[in-house]
Design a protein around this ligand. Structure first.
Ligand code: ZN
Length: 331
């Protein structure tokens, strides 16, 4: 039995319409919802985001906020208003590139303040039960020859800490520096939550099996952040072109690590980009995850992302399998 079952929910703007969706989410055996709040939602629709959170709360759902794809250093398809308005505060590669990179830098004061201000504002809203840091990561290049970020803020900080200029090729100091930068960013964000309301939870979801070198921070270091309550990952097997064992291994590791650091655990089921004929794998993944001893299970996303860029081939079928497998996990 899993204590918490939920889905991510995005593209919401009207409270009365959202209420109908929440009833459908509850009918799919969920007791939680993750509101994916993009920069556009946050900047343009703030008052309705809060109203919609309240509706979910009043219907009995646990309500979490995901600052979805903020600065594009958090996961998700949503565009970033910050990057549009601040081309100077993007991550910079060590080599010349013909185009600016689509990702903010964790070390620039302007992006830090932008993100922290959003957290500080949202945390004052009583309706939200917690915050979700979604796949925080540096740009993944897969090679030491090309790396980010070597912006003026990073160069200055690196020199201060290591006593020499950022190198031509990424080395161990660079990886350690990037890890420290992500950890500091997550710690600061988490402290902002806890300082205002210690009852609100902080969850982080890291991409599965990406090393410190690729993602920017190791699972263990992130999991040991003091203010963190829930540690999770999203083993999206089909996107990663892996078989279902990928889900078993990620589930096992996540639950084990979370227990070791006294945190609750969370696992995500892939409900998007499921190819035709592979829908039953969603049930299988749900069952594997359900048996792992995990505390919280979520699916990305509502209605299997029907109509979006990442919709499953047969979203209705996937959505009904989610309902069925959640019924099993709830028992
Ligand atoms: Zn930088």
């Amino acid at each position: 039995m899993v204590k918490e079952l939920g889905v991510a929910y995005y593209g919401f703007h009207y409270p009365d319409r959202a209420e109908e969706d929440f009833l459908e989410i509850i009918d799919h055996n969920c007791n939680a919802v993750l509101l994916a709040v993009s920069e556009y939602d946050y900047q343009i629709w703030y008052s309705n985001v809060v109203k919609i959170g309240k509706i979910a709360k009043d219907l009995g759902l646990n309500v979490y906020v995901n600052l979805w794809a903020f600065g594009k250093v958090f996961g998700g398809e949503a565009p970033s208003v910050f990057l549009q308005d601040n081309v100077n505060y993007r991550q910079v590669f060590n080599k010349e590139f013909p185009f600016p990179f689509v990702g903010a830098c964790f070390n620039t004061e302007v992006f830090r303040n932008y993100f922290f201000d959003a957290v500080s504002k949202l945390v004052k809203e009583e309706v939200f039960d917690g915050f979700f840091w979604d796949e925080p990561h540096y740009i993944i290049t897969g090679t030491r020859e090309i790396y980010s970020c070597v912006c003026p803020s990073c160069r200055e900080l690196f020199k201060e800490q290591y006593g020499y200029d950022m190198p031509e090729k990424a080395n161990e100091d660079v990886f350690e520096f990037k890890e420290k930068s992500i950890l500091d960013f997550l710690e600061q964000s988490s402290k902002l939550v806890k300082e205002v309301d210690s009852k609100k939870s902080v969850t982080v979801c890291l991409m599965p099996f990406f090393t410190k070198e690729e993602q920017g921070a190791s699972w263990e270091k992130v999991c040991s952040i003091k203010e963190l309550d829930v540690f999770g990952t999203d083993p999206y097997w089909s996107v990663a072109k892996k078989d279902i064992n990928f889900v078993s291994k990620a589930s096992e590791e996540t639950v084990k690590l979370a227990k070791r650091y006294g945190k609750r655990s969370q696992l995500w089921i892939q409900g998007f980009l499921i190819p035709a004929g592979k829908e039953e794998e969603v049930r299988e993944a749900g069952r594997i995850i359900g048996k792992s001893g995990v505390d919280s299970v979520f699916t990305w996303a509502y209605r299997a992302c029907e109509g979006s860029l990442v919709q499953s081939d047969n979203p209705k079928k996937v959505w009904s399998i989610i309902k069925e497998v959640y019924a099993e996990l709830k028992e």
